[in-house]
Design a protein around this ligand. Structure first.
Ligand code: HEC
Length: 241
C-alpha cells in the first residue's frame, strides 16, 4: 500500500506518507518503505528534501534518505541534500572539450560504462530501456563533437519529440515525461523508466514544457574522464549496417 501511495503522486498521498513516516509508533522497516515510496517521483523527492531541510525527518530515517539522494540523478537536488546529510558528491573535473576530443578510448570498456550510466534510458540493439532516443546507429548520426555535447550539455539541443512536459492531473498528481502519442481525446505519456501511461485529455488540467532536457545534467562529471571517453568511442562505432 505504501508503494501504491508513492505511485499515486498526489498531494494527499504524499501527506499520508509523511504522517506515516513521522509516526514513531509505526515499525521502522515500514517507515523506511514510506520514505522510499515518497521518493518514487520528482514532487515526492522534493517533499523528502523539504523534510530534511526543515529538520522534521526523524533521525532513524536519515540513512534511508541519504541513500536515496546519493543515488539521485538530479544534480541540484543532490547538492541541496548534501548540505544537510552526509552525501558524498563524487564529481570529476573534466578536461576541456578539445582535449577530450583527441583522447583515445576503448569501446569494450565503453560498452560496460554505457550499461552503468546510460542504458536505464537508452537502448542499443534492443538492450536497455527505451526512454530516450535509440542509440543503435548514433555513430552514423552524430559526430564525435556532437556526441560529447549531447552528454555534456543535454539541454543545449533537445531531440525533436523528446521535449519534456509536466502534466497536472485533476487528481492533483503531476506526471513528468514526453508525449509518446496522442489522439483527439487521449494522450500517452512516456515516463522515466520507459513506462507509457494513457490519460484522458479531459483529466489533464495543465501542461508545462520543461526548459531542461529529460536527460540529466552532470552525468559526465559523475562518470569521470576515463569512462566518458570510452563511452564516446563505443557510441562512435555504433553505425548503420
Ligand atoms: C534519465 C534518462 C537518461 C539517461 C540516464 C541518459 N539519457 Fe541520453 N537522453 C535522454 C533523453 C530523454 C534524450 C532526448 C532529449 C534530449 O535530446 O536531450 C537523450 C538524448 C541523448 C542523445 C542524443 C540522441 C540523438 O538522437 O540526438 C545522446 C547521444 C545521449 N542521450 C546519450 C546518452 C549517454 C551516452 C548516456 C549515459 C552517459 C545517457 N544518454 C544517459 C535520457 C537519458
Amino acid at each position: 500500500m505504501l508503494s501504491l501511495l508513492g505511485k499515486a503522486g498526489s498531494d494527499a498521498s504524499r501527506n499520508t506518507l509523511k504522517l506515516f513516516l513521522k509516526n514513531g509508533t509505526n515499525p521502522v522497516e515500514l517507515r523506511i518503505k514510506a520514505v522510499q515510496a515518497l521518493a518514487d517521483n520528482r514532487p515526492g523527492q522534493n517533499s523528502l528534501l523539504e523534510l530534511v531541510k526543515d529538520q522534521t525527518l526523524p533521525e532513524d530515517l536519515k540513512p534511508a534518505a541519504t541513500e536515496i539522494f546519493t543515488k539521485s540523478h538530479r544534480k541540484e537536488l543532490k547538492e541541496e541534500a548534501a548540505k544537510y546529510l552526509d552525501i558524498k558528491i563524487q564529481t570529476y573535473t573534466l578536461p576541456p572539450l578539445n582535449e577530450l576530443m583527441s583522447m583515445q578510448g576503448n569501446a569494450d570498456s565503453g560498452s560496460v560504462a554505457f550499461v552503468t550510466y546510460c542504458s536505464s534510458c537508452h537502448q542499443v540493439k534492443e538492450k536497455g530501456i527505451a526512454f530516450g532516443p535509440d542509440l543503435s546507429e548514433i555513430g552514423s548520426k552524430l559526430s564525435r563533437e556532437a556526441l560529447y555535447n549531447a552528454i555534456l550539455e543535454p539541454s543545449a539541443g533537445i531531440s525533436f519529440g523528446f521535449e519534456g512536459y509536466a502534466f497536472k492531473l485533476k487528481t492533483g498528481a503531476t506526471v513528468s515525461g514526453y508525449i509518446a502519442s496522442q489522439t483527439e481525446d487521449e494522450i500517452s505519456i512516456k515516463m522515466i523508466g520507459g513506462i507509457i501511461e494513457k490519460f484522458k485529455k479531459s483529466d489533464i488540467v495543465s501542461k508545462t514544457q520543461h526548459d531542461r532536457s529529460l536527460m540529466p545534467e552532470g552525468l559526465a562529471e559523475g562518470m569521470g574522464t576515463h569512462d566518458l571517453v570510452n563511452v564516446i568511442v563505443y557510441l562512435e562505432q555504433l553505425k548503420k549496417e
